[in-house]
Design a protein around this ligand. Structure first.
Ligand code: FAD
Ligand code: DHB
Length: 390
């Protein structure tokens, strides 16, 4: 089989890239290891930056998001029992939209298939070769039969555990990484959210986050040990801990049946460069951020926006400027977002060790400053709603 762009990975990055290329008349094939059902059920992100919302809308895949997503004009940051409200809209003119990642994936998959796009699910043994030649090829097995997909370009949209990153030789690649000494236990519960906007809370027991998926479904997270076993967290313990950590005068946490529970380890990771020959990495295959800034999905969207434009420009005009500058241009945003995500994590989580008491006083000072200074609140707001995509 032959296509212009072979896309490995059918998560948000791969599907959106395929759709954006299609809009520009560029053909692609998406190879996804999992089933369509699995990819669409995977519970992950929920916060879309204004730029992501605008891009999905302009690309014609934002209709349900506009209808069902909730626009939030601000967020609460809490330290012990004190809360500061950060009014995004007032400070930046922009807002965020709460809409589940799996809904974005559903909308994109539906649209790709309706447009006749080739998206192959449940492919195995994916291997890329010849990315430093003019004829890169992706080998894979589908329904037990081995295939070769020849392409002009290969897009590695296969997430953190994918195989594309390793096609860049080790002597060309530099990896930057920080692993945090904690993870997040996330739940979905059938209960109306106890706040109309998100609450990021720093409590002596650790971090907690109140988020939501709809008027009837709450999404919440607790800081736990990185390899924490869910067996240690029966529902009553989760609710008790969330109530403690989110506790504030006049606030009551509504409780309800929990229908999803998972633990995610937290890391910051960047593999540079994002391009090697005819291979381009986009999204989690190239970088991971701790989830505190709600940035991973948004960063994936910003990568593929740039990649689609660069590849389309190459076919349209023959110019290689976009593809040549892709890596450096993405990395500028990646590191801004890395800093913001690390900063949000540092400000809101419980750290142990000899400096713990000192660190907590610094966190308190940062929190107080957010509440007192419009400049400080604006720094948080403009990063959280997202800097312009291009
Ligand atoms: P993925 O979603 O990982 O998709 C990669 C795809 O490639 C997968 O479907 C995988 O099955 C497939 N694949 C892997 N290997 C192969 C292979 N060898 N062959 C073929 N296919 C392969 N981000 C935000 O912006 N906001 C948030 O609020 C937020 N909250 C989060 C909360 C949690 C608990 C977690 C875990 C993440 C959160 N993120 C958030 C991050 C966000 O979910 C990711 O950054 C996003 O999924 C990245 O998209 P992607 O397409 O690059 O990678
Ligand atoms: C959600 C996830 C995040 O990582 C975050 O920072 C905010 C909200 C969520 O899943 O709703």
């Amino acid at each position: 089989m032959r296509t212009q762009v072979a896309i490995v990975g059918g998560g948000p990055a791969g599907l959106l890239l395929s759709h954006l290329l299609h809009l520009q008349g560029v053909d692609s094939v998406v190879l996804e290891r999992r089933s369509a059902e699995y990819v669409q059920q995977r519970v992950r992100a929920g916060v879309l930056e204004q730029g992501t919302v605008d891009l999905l809308t302009e690309a014609g895949v934002g209709e349900r998001m506009r209808r069902e997503g909730e626009v939030h004009n601000g967020v609460h940051i809490q330290f012990d029992e004190d809360r500061v409200h950060i009014p995004f809209k007032e400070l930046t003119g922009r807002a965020i939209t709460v809409y589940g990642q799996q809904e974005v994936v559903k909308d994109l998959t539906e649209r790709r298939l309706a447009d006749g796009g080739r998206v192959l699910f449940e492919v195995d043994d994916v291997r890329v070769a010849g990315v430093d030649t003019d004829d890169p090829v992706v080998h894979y097995t589908h329904e037990g039969v081995p295939h070769e997909l020849h392409a002009d370009f290969v897009a590695g949209c296969d997430g953190f555990h994918g195989i594309c990153r390793d096609a860049i030789p080790a002597d060309v690649r530099t990896v930057y990484e920080r692993v945090y000494p904690f993870g997040w236990l996330g739940i979905l519960a059938d209960v109306p959210p106890s706040s109309d906007e998100l609450i990021y809370a720093n409590n002596a027991n650790g971090f907690a986050l109140l988020s939501m998926r709809s008027a009837t479904i709450s999404r919440m997270y607790l800081q736990v040990a990185p390899e924490e076993s869910l067996d240690r967290w029966p529902d009553e313990r989760i609710w008790a801990e969330l109530s403690t950590r989110l506790g504030a005068p006049g606030f009551t946490l509504q409780q309800g049946p929990i229908f999803d529970k998972s633990v995610t380890a937290m890391r910051s990771f960047v593999a540079e460069p994002l391009r090697y020959g005819r291979l381009f990495l986009a999204g989690d295959s190239a970088h991971i951020v701790p989830p505190t800034g709600a940035k991973g999905l948004n960063l994936a969207v910003s990568d593929v926006d740039r990649l689609a434009e660069s590849i389309a420009d190459y076919y349209r005009t023959g110019s290689e400027t976009g593809i040549d500058t892709y890596s450096a241009a993405c990395l500028e945003r990646v590191w801004r977002v890395q800093h913001f995500s690390w900063w949000m994590t540092s400000m809101t989580h419980r750290f142990e060790g000899p400096d713990a008491a000192f660190d907590r006083r610094l966190q308190r000072s940062q929190f107080d400053y957010l509440g007192r200074s419009a400049a400080s609140a604006t720094t948080l707001a403009e990063n959280y709603v997202g800097l312009p995509l291009r």
